[in-house]
Design a protein around this ligand. Structure first.
Ligand code: 1GP
Length: 247
């Protein structure tokens, strides 16, 4: 199939309305639960399903989760990989990411070099993305050996985001870490948004309608939530997605 996922995301973003992606961590989610989350996400208006987690190691389980999800939903499945074990041939697209503020080159270009031939071989649509970890960064920050950007230094996030754009990346993802105590601060989102003209994704620690709306109003083009469906409730996901989409 010719590439379609990035175009589809951009069409929604260009309508100038904030949008939403739902993250499923296959390490924490059994297949039946993943199907349930994906169906609810689609029904709630989420644009797509991100699939990944900081410690994904079983490609077999990843494959099974994606294959099963795809039997039930039409929205795209997008890999959000932690490394080469996060690549599945069944996904529609991959956020082909560089963890820009890692101190370990493996997470900036090393894993990417190892994974690139697989992405081509499997025909997965690559969406080049600059990934920036902020605050405590959670498991992603620990595993990715990030030097997280402090919450009170939005100007640092802005220059990393601008660097991502100038290096040709198509999307910037500001990550507070899954389950973070505090989401990305609104002033950081707005400063980053003003410094770039590519889409901005914001995620990590967003658990309430208010937090999601604040992120969207501050300039996030796409809000990602994951933990909320693992720990809270599917109903809450519906209320958050519909609140963002009404803005
Ligand atoms: C993590 O940004 C995502 O990579 C989502 O975070 O699980 O805290 O919603 P949460």
């Amino acid at each position: 199939m010719p590439p379609w996922v990035e175009k589809y995301l951009n069409e929604k973003i260009n309508k100038n309305a904030p949008t939403h992606l739902t993250l499923i961590d296959p390490e924490k989610t059994e297949i039946n639960e993943a199907i349930k989350i994906a169906r609810t996400a689609e029904e709630a208006g989420s644009l797509g399903i991100l699939i990944g987690g900081s410690t994904v190691s079983s490609i077999h389980h990843l494959d099974e989760v994606i294959k099963n999800i795809k039997n039930y939903v039409k929205i795209p499945t997008i890999l959000f990989p932690n490394g080469i074990t996060g690549i599945s041939k069944y996904a529609d697209a991959i956020f082909f990411s560089s963890l820009l503020n890692s101190i370990n080159p493996y997470y900036i270009t090393g894993a990417q070099a190892l994974g690139a031939p697989l992405v081509i071989k499997y025909g997965i649509e690559p969406i080049p993305m600059g990934y920036i970890i902020v605050g405590d960064g959670g498991a992603a920050g620990f595993i990715g050996q990030a030097k997280p950007i402090p919450y009170n230094k939005p100007e640092l996030a802005a220059i990393y985001a601008l660097a991502a754009q100038l290096m040709g990346m198509h999307i910037v993802y500001l990550e507070a870490g899954s389950g973070a105590d505090l989401p990305i601060p609104p002033d950081m989102i707005s400063k980053v948004k003003k410094s770039i003209n590519i889409p901005l994704i914001v995620g990590g620690g967003i658990r309430s309608i208010k937090e999601a709306q604040l992120a969207a109003e501050s300039g996030a083009d796409i809000i990602v939530t994951g933990t909320i469906v693992e720990d809270v409730s599917l109903e809450k996901l519906k209320s958050i997605v519909s609140a963002i989409c009404k803005l």
